[in-house]
Design a protein around this ligand. Structure first.
Ligand code: COA
Length: 172
């Protein structure tokens, strides 16, 4: 396995059109469809980083900022922010474009966690390390540890007192 990889190597862009089957009775894109598209885009980034099959371990911080309308073009962009032992955090941004009206806006943002797994379903230990280059990538890399500790505490996988990076947010 490659020892290190740049964050930019996991960059993924995915484009979808909102069709009638994807919408609710208000003609807005259904939240579940959006979560599915985000999951697929993020999983591709995670696979590009570790060159392994991945499974989704957690979904957090999905903000639904604006409804997306029937007929809009949805662009999803994702990148791995940090790789841990077998898991990776991926940041995904979503943009909706109304081509006839020539408008494009950011509508969603999310962090998903994926785990690289072997054929037997067990996590791969010691995946490729991620190198953050740009200032934004370095910022996401740094804060990924706090988000990881928060989600592991909430999942009951880490004791709050062990979440030392998270405590720093509260000045403890
Ligand atoms: C995710 C999964 C592989 C973890 O397996 P496990 O036996 O608990 O393995 P481990 O305890 O060694 O954890 C493996 C990694 O998952 C991470 N993880 C497990 N649960 C997590 C959660 N709720 N949130 C974030 N990360 C989590 C651990 O922190 C660990 O990361 P690290 O190796 O980078 O430190 C296992 O729970 C699984 O297969 N879940 C189902 C996945 C799935 O079907 N997804 C589709 C969604 S419907």
């Amino acid at each position: 396995m490659q020892a290190t990889k740049k964050a930019s190597e996991s960059y993924t862009i995915m484009t979808e059109m909102v069709l009638p089957n994807d919408t609710n009775t208000l003609n807005n894109l259904k939240g579940g469809v959006m979560l599915h598209w985000i999951d697929v885009c993020g999983a591709i980034s995670a696979q590009k980083h570790c060159n392994k099959v991945v499974v989704t371990a957690s979904v957090d911080n999905v903000s639904f900022q604006e409804p997306i309308k029937l007929g809009n073009i949805v662009t999803l962009e994702s990148k791995v922010t940090r790789a841990f032992n077998s898991s990776m955090e991926v940041h995904i941004e979503v943009f909706a474009e109304d081509i006839p009206n020539q408008t494009k806006k950011k509508t969603h943002e999310a962090f998903y966690t994926y785990v690289a797994i072997e054929a037997n379903g067990k996590p791969v230990k010691g995946i490729t390390e991620l190198i953050a280059e740009s200032e934004l990538e370095r910022n996401y890399f740094k804060t990924a540890l706090q988000r990881r500790q928060l989600r592991l505490v909430l999942a009951g996988r880490m004791k709050p007192k062990e979440a030392t990076e998270l405590m720093k947010i509260f000045g403890e």
